[in-house]
Design a protein around this ligand. Structure first.
Ligand code: PRP
Length: 192
């Protein structure tokens, strides 16, 4: 199973659950069915943005009923801070040539939107036949650029969340659901 750590395993780190595993699975099942219909006969390339999208990409492609190729790209716009710098850097590129391909980009979350705005533009510049987006979570209050993903996920408030791919300092990605981190966790580490 993807992400088997439960909130009850780490109660001192978690304030409360925000999105349950059932809600996550229902959203991914709905999108997988829609994607399977939309891409039938088209051999899509499903691109995950490392590292947060791994859980979502695996769950999505497992739930799809058509063949899909997968690839990954590692991007960064955050540096060491919590605010996007606005400047996207490729840390590790795709292995596939996207020219002429129907590309479905999978993300864990849209925050400012800068990562996806840049990536969808870059894939089009590389000659992709089509580029669509599925982001499992979306924080509309944080958007800095406009994005309109075809495959919509779950809107969440502007809280510090972890789980199902989302990390704090590289931890909590394998938490089974999405939860609000206790401020004491990051206050403590920021003072250290
Ligand atoms: C996070 C997330 C998205 C991006 C969203 O990645 O996974 O890729 O930030 O933010 P934006 O909408 O403001 O661009 P991060 O750089 O934290 O890397 P990670 O996936 O390895 O955790």
């Amino acid at each position: 199973m993807i992400g088997d750590v439960k909130i009850s395993d780490i109660p001192n780190d978690i304030e409360r659950e925000l999105v349950s595993r059932e809600q996550i699975e229902a959203c991914i099942a709905r999108v997988a069915a829609q994607v399977s219909r939309d891409y039938a006969g088209r051999d899509p390339l499903v691109v995950g943005v490392l590292k947060g999208a791994v859980n979502t990409l695996v769950a999505l492609t497992d739930a799809m009923t058509i063949n899909a190729q997968v690839d990954f790209i590692s991007l960064s716009s955050y540096g060491a801070g919590t605010q996007s710098s606005g400047h996207v850097v490729i840390r590790q590129d795709l292995s596939a040539d996207v020219s002429g391909r129907d590309v479905l980009v999978v993300e864990d979350i849209i925050d400012s939107g800068i990562t996806l705005h840049w990536l969808t533009g870059e894939l089009k510049r590389r000659g992709a036949a089509s580029v669509e987006v599925f982001a499992l979570f979306d924080k509309p209050a944080r958007h800095k650029v406009e994005l309109n993903p075809k495959y919509k996920g779950i809107e969440i408030p502007d809280e510090f969340v972890v789980g199902f791919g989302l990390d704090y300092a590289e931890k909590y990605r394998n938490l089974e659901s999405v939860a609000i981190l206790r401020p004491s966790v990051y206050d403590k580490e920021e003072r250290a």
